[in-house]
Design a protein around this ligand. Structure first.
Ligand SMILES: Nc1ncnc2c1ncn2[C@@H]1O[C@H](COP(=O)(O)OP(=O)(O)OP(=O)(O)O)[C@@H](O)[C@H]1O
Ligand SMILES: [Mg+2]
Length: 252
């Protein structure tokens, strides 16, 4: 039994050979947890996420995901390994020329060529219903549904392959408060329904992070400044964390 879904050990990253964006990052993300990644803008949150997804190779250090050191994988192994991931970025990034249902079928047709067409449709339908989308919207194009429904569709697509790990990068940035709460609750419900799924969410929204996450990691200048439960964050003595949390909690 692997305790950590993700384990970064002394990860360094430079793009230009001069400036380091990740500077010896260490982070363990517990299997089955919902972990929020927070921190000032430009501090390396998205870069770290892309390392875990295998989209960037580290300059040094190791990255273990589900017990595999992915830094040793070649391109094909990485592509195959990404079946374990569901990803929802800021924009839902749906295919504009495909219907809602086709969008959710897409990863299944890509990765599960063993499945019959009807089975793919069945799975996609189940996923869309799970995230609360009504059947009458399934044949619409993304431009014909609301922003909230687009998010639900994006999430259904991320769930299509029953991923072990779900990643969210700024899932609510730019949304109105009501939609934000809906998406946050959807993330929490999806996490719970996953039974053992690990969820990793990068968020600017500290209220949401502290409300729904089991663990929070604050990054700063390419390192983890504090990792702990939301409670740990409220009683920390680290000045920079206190400042960030006070400001973040006041401004929303
Ligand atoms: N592909 C890349 N090539 C070169 N530099 C990059 C690349 N991607 C990111 N960076 C740099 O890495 C630094 C960290 O960026 P990153 O996107 O991880 O920040 P972030 O913490 O996600 O910020 P935000 O909260 O604004 O999303 C930035 O200085 C950025 O310019
Ligand atoms: Mg980012």
């Amino acid at each position: 039994m692997i305790e950590n879904a993700i384990s970064l050990k002394d990860v360094w990253k430079t793009f230009d050979g001069k400036e380091y964006i990740l500077k010896g990052m260490n982070l363990d993300i517990k299997k089955g947890s919902l972990t929020a990644i927070i921190g000032f803008s430009g501090t390396g949150k998205s870069v770290m996420l892309k390392h875990i997804l295998g989209l960037f190779p580290p300059s040094r250090g190791s990255i273990e995901v589900l017990g595999h050191n992915i830094t040793q994988f070649d391109k094909n192994q990485l592509t195959a390994f990404r079946r374990n991931f569901g990803v929802l970025f800021q924009g839902a990034a749906l295919f504009d020329d495909m219907t809602v249902l086709e969008n959710v079928c897409f990863p299944l047709f890509e990765h599960r060529r063993d499945l019959k067409k009807e089975t793919v449709f069945e799975i996609a339908t189940r996923k869309l219903k799970q995230v609360g989308l009504e059947e009458k919207h399934f044949q619409k194009l993304p431009s014909q549904i609301s922003g909230g429904m687009q998010k639900r569709t994006g999430l259904a697509r991320a769930l299509a392959l029953d991923p072990e790990i779900l990643f969210y990068d700024e899932p609510t940035t730019g949304l109105d408060p009501i939609l934000t709460e809906m998406v946050d609750n959807l993330i929490l419900e999806t996490h719970k329904a996953g039974q053992g799924t690990t969820s990793v969410m990068v968020s600017h929204d500290l209220h949401a992070a502290f409300r729904i996450a089991d663990y929070v990691a604050m990054l700063n200048a390419g390192q983890v400044l504090l990792y702990g439960t939301p409670e740990d964050f409220f009683k920390t003595d680290i000045e920079l964390v206190k400042k960030f949390v006070d400001k973040g909690m006041r401004h929303q």
